[in-house]
Structures are given as structure tokens and as C-alpha cells.
Ligand binder design. Structure first.
Ligand code: ADP
Ligand code: MG
Length: 557
């Protein structure tokens, strides 16, 4: 005989799932113990949201679903934020929660941690399933894997009742019930006529622009994308998590002339990027009404979501870009020399303007000078994974820290969410084995700060830098300690990591910041740098002030 616990672990092993994340408790504790004893790596967190975020980013980096385990009701709900965030960002993840007795839950008779978890998850997940019999564990996990990674990736919820976990099953029946998923994310080759249509449109363009999104990064089509962009000579713009797909210092990058390039392009080719709020929905002052679009995306309903798409290419990006490359003829797609020249001039002007701000050395540090100090240390570590959240900390770092390798920048993403920091940092360190630097606003860090203990417990090479300006947005009079945006003045976040045996640094100037980061990275050990930033340096809501409604009656009687 075998039981539900063993079947879950066997199904994971059969499908190459070697790492799981979670928080232990009733009814999954024994399952986690068993997984660990069977050679599956288990990372235990302090809060399910961080465990879920770690799983989600692991999914993004590996194209395998990240697995997060939680206990029932409250544990599940804590993990649900991460599941919803994964779905929104198109990261493949499976949230598996233990659940209470169905007969009691469904009659709302008040069980321990009672909640109808599967139906609660449905709204926030790409798919939600429940396994009601031990002989369905194999097929249930297979369905969850396929749902998470095929087509547009996303978050999947899998409900495992305590009863199913504890049920026994005949070994022979159990063996036959397991499913090894064959080709979980099959290629989706775009229709040849869609490629022709797109190339025909691009061939008419004088002022083409490619926008790369994190879908392009996820697709691991790095060579295909690079070859297409370099062969055509089109300028490109990376969305924040697509930075590094081609290096940020690439001659064709239009990042430093972003508004100009978007506003003046005649044909924009979107590759794995949605025309959502991060691109002003393709509307408003940033965009021209006459711009025509090519869009490459795996999701057919993404087309025409905000602007009409003249040349939709529905398929996976690796297949699509291979097809584009095969169809290219020399000189067929050719941006005009004037266009390239205009972009180059704008770029230079903006780079010069930014240099003045970057090279200033105010005391206390501001966002720009502190990031220059960080950038100087990172120069020796082109391979590092960079996690980034906060308001001003996010806006400035996105522009100042260049990326040189694909999928190295992990940030607040589609929702602009805060609280992903430590979960993403842990997930990235675990699946890549590479050093991670998390650049965190002091407020953003607070959402997942307790995971510093997790980082120290597993001795992960994560260096967290807190941009400490005493508050949300800023920490001066408007943000004084007890105002809605205020936080503890002069907090010593570096002492937190010392409590767990990590190394803390407290820095107030740029050269100490560069040195602390270089030393911390060289040590390969958990570290936290408390970097003091001028409390008056930030702006409220960062770069998205227009999204923050203000009372029209402010100051009036
Ligand atoms: P960004 O925020 O960087 O602009 P988005 O998350 O808005 O990126 O867009 C990513 C897009 O990429 C989604 O529309 C998703 O459907 C698409 N996508 C994800 N993976 C693939 C893939 N392998 N092939 C094609 N499109 C993909
Ligand atoms: Mg702050």
C-alpha cells in the first residue's frame, strides 16, 4: 500500500520537480518532510506570500512551474496574493494548499481553518483544481503543470484535502495513476501568413521600433531576438524586466530616448509586451494615433486589447522569431537614416543631462548618487541577479543600473506591486545559484523583511540594500514618523540581519556604499546594507503621480 503523501512526492519526482517552497503546518507538514527525505529541495519561509513569490520567480527563470505549499484558509489566502501576481505577470506557478474536510466546509459548519479555497482561488488563477481521491493525484498534478506552463503561463491553484493526503491506495493502482507530462509547453508555431503580413508592414516602415517585454525574456529566445534586431537594424526599447535581453549599452537601444521613440515611430513591433498601463495603453500624449502595430504574443486575445493590431502574430516567441529570421531578406526592413539619427541625438542629450545628476555628490546621498555607487560595485559582477522594488528606488534604479544579461532584472512588474523583494531574491538565488542584489525602498522592504531570517538560515548569497529615507516616497516633514507616509526615523535595518548571523553595513556616503556592496558580494554570504538617503529626495508616488487621485478640496474650507 501507499498513500496520498507518497503519491504527491512520486508525481513530483516523475515530472522533474526538484525544488518546492512553502510554510509548514496542518495538514502538509508530513508531506514536506517526506519530500525532503526523498531528495526534493524544500525552502521554508516566514510568510506564504514570500514563498509564493519565490516559486513564481523560479518559474519565470526556469520555464518550469514554481511550487508553493501552504496550510489551509489563512495560509492559503496569504499565498493567494502571490498566485494572483504570478497570473498577472504570466509566471508559471502552482500554489498547493492543504484543505479541511469538504463535508464540513461545504455546509459551513465551522471547521478548523475552514474555507472554500478552490472557488476562492478561481478568480485569481489561470486554473484551479481540487483532488478528491488519491488515485487522482497523478492526473491532478499533471493538469496543474500543463495549465501553468502551456500557452500564456500563469498561476494555478491545486487543492489537496487532508483526507486525500492521508488516504491509502494499493501500490499497483497507485503506480498506474501517475502521469509523466510529455512536452508540457508545446511550441506554438505562428501561421506563415501572419509572418508575411508582419514583414510586409515592417518593410513599409521608415521609423520602426521594437518593444521587448518580459514575455520575450521568459521565452528564452535570446539568440533569435538578438539576430532579428541586429539584422534589421531597428531601434529597440526594453520594458523593465526585458532589460539585458540585449545589453542596455547596445547601440540600437532607444531606452534613453524612450518618449521620443514611442511618440514618433510609424510601426511598433511588440514582442511579449502588453499595451497596458506601463505603455500608457498605447494612447495619450506619449503615442501617435497613426502608429501601426505588429504584436507577437502567445495569447490570441491580447491582440486589439488597447489599440488595433495591424499585424497580429500569435505563437510562441522562439518559433515566431525563428520564422521572422528565416523570412528576412537583406534590406527588406530598413529604418531610415534620419530616424536613427534623431534617436541617437535624443539619446545623447538625455544621457548628458542624466550624467550631471549622476555625478553630483550630495550629502546625504540622493537616489541618483547612491545608485551610481551601487552601479560602480556591480561593474565587477555582470552576472548578478537584481531584484528591485520601491517607488523612487524602482524608478531611478531602472534607469541607472544597466543590465547586460537576459532575465537578470526582477522587479515589481505588471501590478507595480510592493512586497516581492525577498521572495524573488530567494527564488532567484535558489534556482540559479548566483549572487543576488536586492535594491529595496525602506517601505517596500518592510513587506517581506522577515525573510532575511530565511536568507540567513539557508546561507543564500543575497545582498539587500535598503534605500532608507525614513518613509514611503519620502521621510521629511510631509512624511514625518507618524504621518501616513512616515516610517521610523533613523531605523537601523542592518541590525536586523545581525540578529540572524548575517553581516550588516550602515553607510551614509557613496564610497562606503560601493565598498560595502563589493565586500558583501565577494563574501558570498547574506548581507544587508542600510544606506541613508536624503529624506527630502523622493517624490510622492514616484513617476506615476498621475495615477494618484488628490482631494479637490485640499486646503479649502
Ligand atoms: P512587460 O510588462 O515586460 O511589458 P507583459 O507581462 O505585459 O510584459 O507581457 C508579456 C506578454 O508575453 C504576455 O502578453 C504573454 O502572453 C506573452 N508571452 C509570455 N510568454 C510567451 C511566449 N513564450 N511566447 C509568446 N508570448 C509570450
Ligand atoms: Mg522610502
Amino acid at each position: 500500500m501507499t498513500d496520498g503523501f507518497h503519491l504527491v512526492v512520486d508525481a513530483f519526482k516523475l515530472n522533474g520537480i526538484d525544488t518546492i517552497y512553502g510554510v509548514a503546518g496542518i495538514p502538509i507538514t508530513d508531506l514536506l518532510r517526506l519530500a525532503q527525505s526523498e531528495g526534493i529541495r524544500y525552502l521554508g519561509f516566514r510568510h506564504e506570500q514570500s514563498a509564493g513569490n519565490a516559486a513564481a520567480i523560479a518559474g519565470y527563470l526556469t520555464q518550469k512551474p514554481g511550487i508553493c505549499f501552504t496550510v489551509s484558509a489563512p495560509g492559503f489566502l496569504n499565498g493567494l496574493v502571490a498566485l494572483a501576481n504570478a497570473t498577472t505577470n504570466c509566471f508559471p506557478m502552482i500554489l498547493i494548499s492543504g484543505s479541511s474536510d469538504r463535508s464540513i466546509v461545504d455546509l459551513e459548519q465551522g471547521d478548523y481553518e475552514e474555507l472554500d479555497q478552490m472557488n476562492s482561488a478561481k478568480r485569481y488563477a489561470k486554473a484551479a483544481y481540487r483532488i478528491n481521491r488519491p488515485q487522482d493525484i497523478g492526473i491532478g498534478i499533471a493538469r496543474a503543470i500543463r495549465a501553468a506552463v502551456s500557452g500564456r503561463p500563469g498561476g494555478v491553484y491545486l487543492d489537496l484535502t487532508a483526507e486525500v493526503l492521508g488516504s491509502s491506495l494499493d501500490m499497483e493502482i497507485a503506480k498506474k495513476s501517475l502521469v509523466k507530462v510529455v512536452d508540457p509547453a508545446p511550441r506554438q508555431i505562428p501561421a506563415p501568413e501572419s509572418i508575411t503580413r508582419a514583414i510586409d508592414l515592417l518593410a513599409t516602415a521608415q521609423r520602426p521600433l521594437v518593444i521587448l517585454g518580459k514575455g520575450a525574456a521568459y521565452a528564452q529566445a535570446d539568440e533569435e531576438i538578438r539576430s532579428f534586431i541586429e539584422t534589421t537594424g531597428m531601434p529597440f526599447l526594453p520594458m523593465s524586466m526585458a532589460k539585458g535581453l540585449l545589453p542596455d549599452d547596445h547601440a540600437q537601444s532607444a531606452a534613453a530616448a524612450r518618449s521620443y521613440a514611442i511618440g514618433h515611430a510609424d510601426v511598433v513591433m511588440l514582442i511579449g509586451a502588453r499595451l497596458n498601463w506601463l505603455l500608457s495603453h498605447g494612447k495619450g500624449p506619449l503615442w501617435s494615433e497613426s502608429t501601426r502595430f505588429v504584436q507577437v504574443d502567445i495569447s490570441p486575445t491580447e491582440m486589439d486589447s488597447n489599440r488595433p493590431i495591424a499585424a497580429p502574430v500569435v505563437g510562441d516567441i522562439k518559433s515566431a522569431l525563428s520564422a521572422f529570421n528565416a523570412a528576412l531578406k537583406p534590406g527588406l526592413i530598413k529604418p531610415s537614416a534620419t530616424w536613427l539619427d534623431e534617436i541617437a541625438q535624443r539619446k545623447q542629450k538625455n544621457i548628458d543631462r542624466m550624467a550631471a545628476r549622476l555625478n553630483a555628490d550630495p550629502s546625504p546621498m540622493d537616489f541618483s548618487s547612491a545608485l551610481r555607487a551601487v552601479r560602480n560595485a556591480l561593474g565587477a559582477w555582470p552576472d548578478v541577479y537584481l531584484v528591485n522594488e520601491g517607488a523612487n528606488t524602482l524608478d531611478f534604479a531602472r534607469n541607472i543600473i544597466d543590465m547586460h544579461e537576459p532575465r537578470r532584472r526582477l522587479d515589481s512588474g505588471t501590478w507595480g506591486v510592493m512586497g516581492i523583494g525577498m521572495g524573488y531574491a530567494i527564488g532567484a538565488a535558489v534556482v540559479t545559484g548566483k549572487p543576488v542584489v536586492a535594491i529595496e525602498g525602506d517601505s517596500a522592504f518592510g513587506f517581506s523583511g522577515m525573510e532575511v531570517e530565511t536568507i540567513c538560515r539557508y546561507q543564500l548569497p543575497v545582498v539587500t540594500i535598503i534605500f532608507n529615507n525614513n518613509g514611503i516616497y519620502r521621510g521629511d516633514a510631509i512624511g514625518s514618523a507618524c504621518s501616513p507616509t512616515g516610517l521610523m526615523q533613523n531605523a537601523r535595518y542592518d541590525k536586523m540581519i545581525e540578529a540572524f548571523g548575517g553581516t550588516g553595513y550602515h553607510v551614509t556616503d557613496t564610497s562606503s556604499l560601493t565598498k560595502a556592496l563589493s565586500d558583501a558580494l565577494a563574501s558570498g554570504k547574506p548581507a544587508l546594507i542600510n544606506a541613508i538617503i536624503d529624506p527630502t529626495a523622493g517624490t510622492e508616488s514616484g513617476h506615476i503621480q498621475s495615477l494618484n487621485p488628490k482631494s479637490t478640496f485640499a486646503g479649502k474650507k
